[in-house]
Design a protein. Structure first.
Length: 136
């Protein structure tokens, strides 16, 4: 009998941010279940990383934007709170939007649900007005 180890919520969240810091888009995508309940609040018609997604191609596009269309100048995680399958990440960032050169700074809250070692829910809350101003 083969033993299978499944990442817990805290480990999965840490692994996501490790891969994010390395710019490992395929590695990040493999941490997501399909379907996934993925949402970033904001004006979808203005800011391309906002909106909802449900599958790996759509998550890949979000992560491509996050790693190619913006330059992260600061990304700080202040706290990760885990309660069973739920994880909440509190932090702040500063991103330079490549096409406009504008700086987008915000605090953020990320709610993640991990089931069987995969992210089944990813809801990001940031300053959507600030994002729209920086993108346009």
């Amino acid at each position: 009998m083969t033993s299978v180890t499944v990442r817990d919520t805290a480990t999965t969240i840490q692994e996501f941010f490790t891969r994010f810091g390395a710019g490992d888009v395929p590695g990040m995508v493999e941490l997501f279940a399909t379907p996934v309940d993925f949402a970033v609040a904001g004006a979808e018609d203005v800011v391309p990383w906002t909106g909802t997604r449900t599958d790996h191609p759509a998550v890949t596009e979000f992560l491509r934007i996050a790693t190619e269309d913006i330059a992260t100048e600061k990304f700080d995680i202040d706290k990760i709170i885990v309660d069973g399958q739920d994880g909440v990440v509190l932090g702040s960032f500063a991103h330079r939007i490549t096409r406009t050169g504008k700086l987008f700074e915000s605090t953020f809250v990320l709610h993640v649900v991990v089931t069987d070692g995969l992210i089944t829910k990813y809801h990001m809350f940031e300053d959507s007005h600030g994002a729209a101003q920086a993108w346009s």
